[in-house]
Design a protein around this ligand. Structure first.
Ligand SMILES: NC(=O)C1=CN([C@@H]2O[C@H](COP(=O)(O)OP(=O)(O)OC[C@H]3O[C@@H](n4cnc5c(N)ncnc54)[C@H](O)[C@@H]3O)[C@@H](O)[C@H]2O)C=CC1
Ligand SMILES: O=C(O)C1=N[C@H](C(=O)O)C[C@H](O)C1
Length: 266
């Protein structure tokens, strides 16, 4: 007999939310009990299976978290993340937080949830992206004292509907590189007579085109050669499967802060 967890999705009617509805509904270890979306959203009151394209599944979209929820996954907006994290903290419900674009103070507020319950927070739930973070850290370590210098630039590509830039994942890649190599200046695009490039910079470039589900390219440019770590999502299921793995992990943990490196044992 499998352990079954009662799962709730916040941001259920969104692009990610819909994939999570489909995949959690198919998963024998998960019992989808709640689909939450913004108060006033046109999806409220509709069966979430209809919204996700799989027909009625008997779970209606609401704006409040019901009782008997073991774990929540949030892919919504910064305001949605703050609201659901407060509910999870009050009710001590483990939370997987995937929303990006939070300000520093919003991020601190969400992280405070981990004092009351288990929290996984990550800008990307993808296995490939989280593995690429390890590779990038290793590259940074190996290249940091190169006599000719190394220029690190991060290029990310996403769909035209994305509201934050650069992506949370690109910022995290930059943080990982800076931890290893010590760059202090984070520069977003270049224009005009920007001058010669100092080694203290990491440059970020955000492309927004069509329906791209997410690509990240971390460029280590040296004198004579270039190393690139490139990770490309094909479908949103790469993030959705990671989030479901994180949900199964987090609901077995004591209160505290966990990363996808913990979830994936990387
Ligand atoms: N960590 C990761 O692996 C990934 C993170 N994301 C992030 O997840 C977030 C959502 O992405 P998408 O699904 O593409 O966006 P979306 O715009 O398609 O969906 C967001 C959903 O949240 C709902 N929402 C808005 N305010 C809310 C509130 N206060 N409470 C509950 N629901 C609310 C919206 O009505 C909408 O249905 C973004 O921040 C995105 O960057 C996206 C993909 C992967
Ligand atoms: O909005 C998206 O789509 C994505 N957002 C995340 C981010 O900002 O890093 C993760 C993924 O790249 C898709």
């Amino acid at each position: 007999m499998l352990d079954q967890f009662n799962i709730a999705i916040n941001g259920a009617a969104g692009r990610m939310g819909q994939r999570l509805i489909v995949l959690s509904h198919e998963d024998p270890e998960l019992n989808l009990v709640a689909a939450i979306d913004a108060p006033g959203s046109p999806s409220i009151g509709k069966d979430v299976g209809q919204i996700a394209g799989i027909g009625d599944i008997g779970v209606v979209v609401t704006s409040a978290l019901p009782d008997r929820v073991d774990v929540v996954i949030d892919f919504s907006t910064p305001d949605g993340a703050i609201a659901i994290s407060q509910v999870c903290a009050e009710r001590r419900i483990p939370l997987v937080e995937a929303t990006t674009g939070l300000t520093e103070s919003q991020r601190e507020s969400v992280i405070a949830t981990s004092q009351e319950t288990a929290l996984v927070i990550a800008p990307s739930m993808s296995l490939a992206v989280n593995l690429a973070m390890k590779l990038v850290a290793e590259a940074g370590r190996a290249l940091k004292n190169l006599p000719g210098g190394v220029d690190v630039e991060i290029i990310e590509r996403h769909h035209r509907f994305k509201e934050d830039a650069p992506s949370g994942t690109a910022l995290k890649f930059g943080e990982v590189v800076a931890q290893e190599m010590g760059q202090t200046d984070h520069v977003h695009g270049r224009e005009g007579r920007s001058g010669q490039r100092p080694q203290s910079e990491i440059g970020y470039h955000a492309l927004r085109t069509g329906d791209n589900v997410g690509e990240h390219q971390i460029v280590f440019g040296m004198m004579g050669e270039t190393l690139e770590v490139y990770v490309r999502g094909h479908t949103r299921d790469s993030y959705a499967y990671g989030a479901l793995t994180a949900a199964k992990f987090v609901c077995k943990q004591p209160a505290g802060l966990y990363s996808m490196q913990d979830v994936l044992n990387l």
